[in-house]
Design a protein around this ligand. Structure first.
Ligand code: GRF
Length: 202
């Protein structure tokens, strides 16, 4: 069966990667195949998640010379059709985005255009939402362009903020109720479009 070959870029715990792996396993993510994981630093838990799932994993340190060239080379070597940024903390340049040419998706832990942009990642996003006093937050999956969190929105899901929430409690709820649901759904939508394009050229 034709599938879209997916590379997942990670920087940390890899819970979003794990959601993609689990949904591929239960057939929800049926049009895509996770063919490569790229971690931008060694020793992160996402690497062990890739290893446990038997997915090829490369560590390409973001601070390394030629980081983007090495990422592009790995994507080409593994014949990658689409990229998913899953807890990835790097910012990809417009040059890399243009050279890769395929769709790149990112999961952001807020309802873009709220609480997003340069410097908004991890716990800070949830701290800002709590400080502002919003009653709902959530997560967004969007296409990546050269503007941090600036690409076209694919899916969003709202999550209630509850009395007594701390950034850590809120982050966990957003991950469980929104991120881990949306990212596989969005990956399937985009992968299915790629498969359709492949079938049209047969
Ligand atoms: C989470 O806060 C997620 O919202 C953001 O990166 C953090 C860790 O994600 N994208 P993961 O567990 O490494 O997938």
């Amino acid at each position: 069966m034709l599938t879209a070959r997916i590379a997942v870029l990670v920087s940390g715990g890899g819970t979003n990667l794990q959601a993609l792996i689990d949904r591929q396993g239960d057939g929800t993510l049926k049009s895509g195949q996770i063919a490569l994981v790229i971690a931008d630093k060694a020793g992160v838990k996402a690497i062990s998640r890739a290893d446990a799932a038997g997915i090829p994993c490369e560590v390409i340190a973001r601070k390394e010379d030629g980081f983007e060239e090495k990422v592009l080379a790995a994507l080409a070597a593994h014949k990658i059709d689409m990229v998913v940024l899953a807890g990835f903390l790097g910012i990809l340049s417009g040059d890399l985005i243009g050279k890769f040419g395929g769709p790149i998706l990112n999961i952001h832990p807020a309802l873009i255009p709220a609480f997003c942009g340069k410097g908004f990642y991890g716990l800070r996003v949830h701290q800002e939402a709590l400080d502002y006093g919003v009653k709902v937050t959530g997560a967004t999956v969007h296409y990546v362009n050269e503007i941090p969190d600036g690409g076209k929105i694919i899916l969003q899901k709202a999550v209630d903020i509850l009395p007594g929430d701390t950034p850590e409690i809120l982050q966990r709820r957003v991950m469980e109720q929104a991120e881990w649901v949306l990212l596989p759904q969005a990956a399937e939508i985009v992968a299915a479009q790629i498969v359709q394009e492949k079938e049209n050229t047969l």
